[in-house]
Ligand binder design. Structure first.
Ligand SMILES: Nc1ncnc2c1ncn2[C@@H]1O[C@H](COP(=O)(O)OP(=O)(O)OP(=O)(O)O)[C@@H](O)[C@H]1O
Ligand SMILES: [Mg+2]
Length: 336
């Protein structure tokens, strides 16, 4: 495993989720005059990390870098081309659907868009109770009314919320409904796929704080996906940076913000606003020209080569391994 264990009380814990060399390919259509060449989208390429119980791993990278695909692969919602996924020590990579069903209860997803993910024709109580009905925990919403009321209260919604429909709520409130639904089955692990990206900046912190409170109350473990480093700062214990299907850096939160290694991490960090206006004024936003690589034809060598100011011939030919820099700090770069 490339990833060093987080030590709590000096005891290395067993990871809740283990991802090793995970590779996901999608069908990219066909090319050539006769359509003779099958194209493959290299969405996720040999990605490895662990997530420990009670921890939040932030997964950050730009659009198309493979964050959602990584999350969906852990939930086994996309076909896995290579590598291994384990949950609580059990290898689930090739487990069939009926074997997966009992595990699915313990792993839930919070979606990016609370407008699109809640059925507008269902009452909130039915939406939140739905996973309980689907998993056969209750026969109908009626049997879950008290449980749903308690969940709605826990996520900070008014007591009468259950009888109303999604249109009666703001984006932030809808995301609270999405979180209540994810909690309904009392899961251990939640993948939050850009849970605040669709919300007003002013209410993002409230939803992130709620998720943090719930983590402490219920001992939840999170994979928290975002496309910038500002959102994940307070909630993450560790952060993995993804670029073009690869993890390019992974470290404890403070190490990522205070001593980033990879040039791509530095660029992401330069976009994070600093509260002190004087420092903010002096800060230089790093933008690297050049296009991200084509996922149908990832280049040999480093995936960041087309945008990197440090690029040399090595970078074009040899892939930099994700290697240890300091304790618990891994990065993939030939020059740093
Ligand atoms: N079902 C699919 N079929 C074909 N290609 C796909 C499919 N899903 C994702 N991809 C491709 O896989 C790559 C990774 O996509 P993914 O959605 O995981 O990125 P992401 O990091 O979550 O981006 P975003 O920030 O936009 O959500 C992209 O090139 C995307 O176009
Ligand atoms: Mg995504």
């Amino acid at each position: 495993m490339q990833n060093v264990a987080v030590k709590k009380d000096d005891v290395a814990q067993t990871p809740l989720v283990e991802v090793q060399d995970l590779t996901v390919h999608f069908d990219g259509g066909r090319a050539g005059f006769w359509g003779q060449t099958k194209l493959v989208v290299h969405a996720v390429d040999k990605v490895s990390f662990n997530i420990f119980p009670g921890e939040t791993l932030g997964l950050v990278g730009e659009s198309g870098s493979g964050k959602s695909t990584t999350g969906r692969a852990i939930l086994k919602r996309v076909p896995i081309a290579g590598g291994r996924i384990a949950f609580k020590g059990q290898d689930i990579t090739h487990i069939p659907e009926d074997g997966l069903r009992p595990l699915r209860r313990h792993m839930q997803l919070v979606f990016q868009d609370p407008y699109a993910s809640l059925n507008p024709r269902m009452r909130i109580v039915d939406i939140v109770a739905e996973p309980l009905v689907v998993h056969g925990v209750v026969r109908s919403t009626r049997d879950a009314v008290d449980h749903v009321a308690e969940l709605l209260q826990r996520v900070g919604l008014p007591p009468d919320a259950g009888s109303r429909y999604p249109h009666a709520f703001s984006g932030g409130q809808r995301q609270r409904v999405g979180i209540a639904r994810a909690l309904a089955l009392n899961p251990e692990f939640i993948i939050a796929d850009e849970p605040v990206s669709a919300l007003d900046v002013s209410i993002r912190a409230q939803v992130v704080n709620l998720m943090q409170d719930l983590q402490n109350q219920f001992g939840l473990t999170y994979l928290f996906i975002a496309h910038d480093l500002a959102v994940v700062r307070h909630i993450s214990h560790r952060i993995a940076i993804m670029y073009a299907g690869k993890i390019v850096e992974i470290a404890n939160r403070d190490a990522i913000y205070e001593a980033p290694v990879h040039p791509y991490t530095e660029a992401l960090l330069s976009a994070v606003p600093v509260p002190d206006p004087h420092i903010q004024k002096q800060r230089q936003r790093i933008t690297y020209a050049g296009d991200a690589p084509n996922p149908l034809e990832p280049p040999a060598g480093c995936r960041f080569q087309s945008r990197c100011p440090l690029v040399t011939s090595d970078c074009r030919h040899k892939e930099p391994p994700l290697s240890k820099r300091r304790d618990d700090h891994l990065a993939a770069c030939w020059h740093k």
